[in-house]
Design a binder for this molecule. Structure first.
Ligand code: CTP
Length: 409
């Protein structure tokens, strides 16, 4: 099998320079990349940069190098087209099927998955014209990554930033791996869905410098968020004390304690299609919070720490969704009697799916890999062998998709 063929479309925004890094990531990881810049984008990054980094000519016009590569062939033979940055103008052209340069022609001839990574000023992103164009592209099966919030050109800040190239690369990798068809007939299976994922581990403060915490890194939850974006979902990630980069296209809500996580998950879950509780939530918190640092005293034993129960967020979310068709997924970290404990926990928590994994000193926490059994309340049992956390994430989404009620027309 040859290298996967990727077309990197670059439209004319200042964020075009970030596409150089995306290109580098793609070529270094074994993809054959053809860069198709718009004429306007060459004001930001020149043709020489694209051809040097990709090892392929980078043309903007339909009539260049016709004898070598007919313009239709670039789109037809691609395994993935990614447009980064995608300007408001490019989204409009793509939504309306205009074909006045090589990139827009390529978009019309491509029958592979298409990913757009928009970048523009907040006002342009929020304009109904842009939003309708984005909705059109998504309806047709494209993955349009939500822009990040942050510093824009000049002094402006807001939604409209191109996500980090590393994270756009992750979306491309997931989309390529699944090879989901895009185009008029089929699209990513979570398109039009809103999913909420909690990740990380809560910290329950004892005093201003100490807390009760756990060893969850958040990697499984982040893998769930990334794969959901690649499958077309709108994703809210409630992240408790993680040190990981924000995944592209994900609305990240940062929390510290179990009570904060509960508030954030509840708020995001209203109207959502699925909630996946991958976070390790502390079952107990200190009954008292010392506003000053607790000091040791010579000759005195330390005072015992009294604990109180935290609410069970998963059980609450499961119980409070009557008739709303929301799919709720829990995780169970077990050290003994893994399956029996998992089945009992599934019943106790009232969720639809429970992902059971065995934990221990050397297992799961902080690692890139995971091994689990996904139990369904309908009796299903899916064993996922040891492998990358994103593979487990995809199995979980497969199970969610299979249970989602049909969309209202
Ligand atoms: N969970 C939650 N709220 C809590 C504790 C846990 O929402 N206060 C969720 C976790 O996000 C996870 C699931 O419940 O999805 C299972 O958590 P786990 O700690 O394995 O189970 P516990 O209910 O704490 O049971 P036990 O202490 O018996 O292991």
């Amino acid at each position: 099998m040859g290298k996967p063929k990727v077309v990197l479309g670059v439209s004319g925004g200042i964020a075009a320079y970030k596409a150089c890094e995306l290109l580098r990531r793609l070529t270094e990881s074994g993809h054959e990349v053809r860069v198709v810049p718009t004429a306007a984008s060459l004001n930001f990054v020149g043709e020489a940069t694209w051809s040097a980094l990709s090892g392929n000519p980078a043309s903007t016009a339909v009539w260049e190098s016709v004898h070598e590569v007919p313009h239709v062939r670039i789109g037809q033979s691609a395994d993935l087209v990614v447009v980064a940055p995608a300007t408001a103008d490019m989204l409009a052209k793509a939504a309306h099927g205009l074909a006045d340069d090589l990139l827009t022609n390529t978009l019309l001839t491509a029958r592979c998955p298409v990913v757009f990574a928009p970048a523009m000023h907040t006002e342009m992103w929020e304009h109904p014209a842009t939003q309708e164009n984005v909705a059109t592209l998504r309806r047709r099966g494209a993955v349009v990554i939500e822009p990040a919030v942050g510093r824009l050109t000049g002094k402006d800040t807001g939604k409209g930033r191109l996500p980090d190239p590393e994270e756009i690369f992750e979306v491309c990798r997931h989309v390529l791996r699944r090879g989901a068809p895009s185009g008029a007939t089929a699209g990513p299976d979570l398109a039009g869905r809103h999913v909420v994922v909690s990740a990380g581990g809560t910290r329950e403060p004892l005093d201003p410098v100490r807390f009760l915490g756990n060893r969850s890194s958040g990697k499984q939850g982040y893998a769930l968020a990334r794969t959901a974006v690649a499958r077309g979902a709108r994703v809210t990630l409630v992240a408790a004390n993680t040190a990981l980069a924000d995944p592209a296209g994900v609305d990240v809500v940062r929390v510290g304690t179990a009570l904060q996580l509960r508030e954030a998950v509840r708020e995001a879950a209203a109207g959502a299609d699925a909630v996946v509780m991958a976070a390790a939530v502390a079952d107990f918190r200190p009954a008292e919070y010392a506003s000053g640092k607790i000091k040791k005293k010579d000759g005195e034993e330390p005072a015992p720490v009294a604990l109180v129960r935290n609410p069970d967020v998963l059980a609450e979310i499961s119980a409070s969704r009557a008739g709303e068709g929301r799919i709720v997924v829990g995780f169970a970290a077990e050290t003994d009697d893994v399956l029996a404990n998992g089945r009992a926990k599934l019943r106790r928590k009232g969720c639809d799916l429970l992902v059971v994994n065995e934990v221990g000193e050397a297992k799961t926490f902080g690692s890139e890999e995971n091994e689990a059994v996904v139990l369904g309340s309908d009796g299903t049992e899916t064993h996922v062998p040891h492998g990358p956390k994103e593979v487990l994430a995809d199995v979980i989404w497969d199970q969610v998709v299979a249970r989602l009620p049909a969309r209202r027309a």
